[in-house]
Design a protein around this ligand. Structure first.
Ligand code: SAH
Ligand code: SF4
Length: 398
């Protein structure tokens, strides 16, 4: 006999509280409106809260020293400063860091928590944070590990921006913080996180409103203050939203191209059946603000015997002719059960030569953090055991 458990009845009700992290200024003002403050006071409090949350990274209302004790108590009753729990933090031999964060939605406290991966990639002149937008993905690109995990849910703006706050905290990037000594390399004087790429789990344009709000928070000059030129949104090609990204956020765009023919792209990036190459390239040509100083990055994963021929390379540069573009060749990163192999280095070099001769500089992206499964397309929040074959494939690819 089937037994249905009424979980809602079994779990004690937990009070719903909204998180202030992720709200824009209008929402914060609305949040404060119920406390009987004048408009002028609200404006002042919003600016103080903004500073505490995004510049100082505080996680406790009691640390907000310029906010009166009475108001802090009122805030505590209704709101939280929701940050995720750190399930794990791994540091790769090349200094890349991967966190598994666990989020509980404070507005739905009885729902199961979700696990999200965020990756930090340090280089001498920059530190890039790869941020997730969804738990899982509705799309099923055949070479991508996240594509094998069904969509669990969209992340909220607060959960997206919290990944940046958590990473800043762990990297000692907030005032008074200390940088860890292992693995962090950006030069002294630089912040540890200088760039954000929306290239973690999920398709950001299928969670557009939340991603947009989070990116606007990241680029707010009085808060996290990252330049829009240093925030990149990567999409598999959700054409109807591309123009909006340019108009409403002004961030940099990356397109997961991966194939130069519709028949092949239909297989590798199945959303191509809905928005084929011609439509995608037209949306790129029309991207607002495009210029030689603001180019679109075209990502191209190198799959042995699938899309890595010299003819493909020639077709690629021909296809992008006239679009201010950068080309990023990504060596395929294997994952447990993946069907593809990475192209040989010799083939990647030959392919890159064609791209180089056409005027695109340093097009190959060095794989980072493969040993901790932090490289592009390896993210998936369910822990899976690796078989020996998969471990060998990773070692061979290094
Ligand atoms: N959903 C978005 C952003 C996340 S994926 C998108 O598809 O653009 C970030 C980048 O990693 C994309 O270019 C994606 O195609 C690439 N990628 C996915 N799986 C990969 C793998 N196994 N090896 C290398 N790159 C991969
Ligand atoms: Fe989703 Fe991007 Fe992976 Fe495709 S490549 S399955 S869109 S995360």
């Amino acid at each position: 006999m089937a037994v249905t458990l009424d979980l809602a009845a079994a779990t004690p009700a937990v009070a719903k509280k909204q998180s202030l992290i992720g709200m824009d200024r209008v929402q914060l003002s609305e949040a404060l409106a119920s406390f009987g403050l004048t408009e002028k006071q609200i404006r002042m409090r919003v600016s103080q809260l903004w500073n505490w949350l995004y510049v100082n990274g505080v996680t406790d209302f009691d640390d907000m020293l310029n906010i009166s004790k009475g108001l802090r108590e009122q805030l505590k009753e209704k709101f939280v400063l929701n940050r995720p729990e750190i399930v794990s933090e791994q540091v790769s031999s090349d200094g890349t860091r991967k966190w598994l964060f666990r989020f509980t939605d404070p507005e739905q406290p009885n729902m199961p928590p979700v696990d999200v991966e965020t990756v930090y990639i340090p280089e001498e002149d920059r530190g890039t944070l790869c941020v997730s937008s969804q738990v899982g993905c509705t799309l099923t690109c055949t070479f991508c590990h996240t594509g094998t995990q069904k969509l669990v849910r969209n992340l909220t703006a607060g959960e997206i921006v919290s990944q940046v706050l958590m990473a800043r905290e762990r990297l000692g990037d907030f005032p008074g913080g200390t940088r860890p000594t292992d693995g962090v390399v950006p030069k002294k004087g630089l912040r540890t996180i200088t760039n954000v790429v929306m290239m973690g789990m999920g398709e950001p344009l299928y969670n557009y409103e939340h991603v947009k709000q989070a990116m606007l928070l990241m680029s707010d000059g009085e808060g996290i203050s990252l330049s829009k030129r240093r925030i990149t949104l990567s999409t598999s090609g959700v054409v109807p939203f591309i123009e909006k990204v340019g108009e409403e956020t002004g961030v940099m765009l990356a397109i997961s191209l991966h194939a130069v023919r519709d028949e092949l792209r239909d297989i590798l990036v199945p959303i191509n059946k809905k928005y084929p190459l011609e439509q995608l390239l037209q949306a790129c040509r029309d991207y607002p603000g495009l210029s030689n100083a603001k180019r679109i990055t075209f990502e191209y994963v190198m799959l042995k015997g699938i899309n890595d021929s010299i003819a493909d390379a020639k077709a690629l540069v021909k296809m992008l002719d006239g679009i201010p573009a950068k080309i990023n060749l990504i060596p395929f990163n294997p994952w447990p059960g993946s069907e593809y192999e990475c192209s040989s280095w010799a083939q990647i070099e030959k392919f890159a030569d064609v791209v180089n001769i056409a005027g695109y500089a340093s097009p190959v992206r060095t794989p980072r953090g493969r040993d901790i499964f932090a490289a592009c397309g390896q993210l998936k929040s369910e822990t899976e055991r690796m078989t020996k074959k998969d471990r060998d494939a990773i070692t061979a690819a290094h």
